[in-house]
Write a protein that binds this ligand. Sequence first.
Ligand code: 3EB
Length: 330
Amino acid sequence: MFEPIFQLPPTQSLSVSYQPWLPESRMADDTLALITFGRAHDDNAPDQRTLNVALEPLLGADLVEVWHGQGAVRAGCHGRVHYREDDQHVFAFLEIDERDYRCVGAAAEAAYAEMRAFQAQSPKPHLLRIWNYFDHITAGRGDDERYQLFCVGRAAGLGEHRPEALPAATAIGRRHNSHKLQVYWLAATQPGRPLENPRQVSAYHYPRQYGPAPPRFARATLTAAGDLLISGTASVVGHATHHDGDLGRQLGETLCNLDALLAHAHASDPRCPQRFGPATLLKVYLRHRGDAGHVAEVLRARLPADAPLLILEADVCRSDLLIEIDGLHR
Ligand code: 3EB
């Protein structure tokens, strides 16, 4: 006699790479998402296949980001949501024209409500990671600043989402008028574990001075496979911006924050390495293009010799922040 053993298949590690783009590049059948960068690719009509982030690459202009699925990948649409999924993960995106709404906040509320509706019917209900891109993120004053309006709309669209279960996120601004609110996300059959940064106040507990609705995201998500999805990380200690106007020091503080996050992740799951390594993929958002050389030099010293690095020219969501870094760490 033997007893049958029923087990969920173990969650697979995420497979993501930055690889050279070729004009004839096509997604393979097992591709979950292919992301291009820069305005040169922005004409490509969005479909289930490629996604363009219209931020100018300052380093890595020839690179695309590829999320590989495991086995068969299916593509589909659900309302305005386009997605591709394998058995464990779904990669989905939404692009909304802000001009169809009263303000960027109303557009964000609609986008997040659609995301929530999509996730509610998906066999991969657990949000792991969200990326948000829109125009002129720091334009407007006080509570009417576009980032604050976005935060209010996002909170309304997410509804009664428990703060302790929020996914990791990035919210970054473009400098041109595309009128597009672009939201894309990764979700899974298995929940991830949200992590906070011991050096930082949780964003969802930011005090009122930063806006009427605190930003809803976790500092990172540790997946069931032990991969770390790192939110946009900047020179924020406690809740305050440090080193106003000093790129070198902001970069140092950001790396300190990332070290603290990695140490915390490693303590939570020893499969997650404590230091950057060959399977770490970083994406840098940089306010001033003239700083790219310095940033590349500092990061190269911290990463393996041939690690690909992507630096994008972008606006961070506080006007005193000059740099933000997000990524994937395995
Ligand atoms: C910060 O630490 C920097 O609103 O989704 C980083 C990552 C930041 C995500 C978001 C904002 C967001 O507060 C800003």
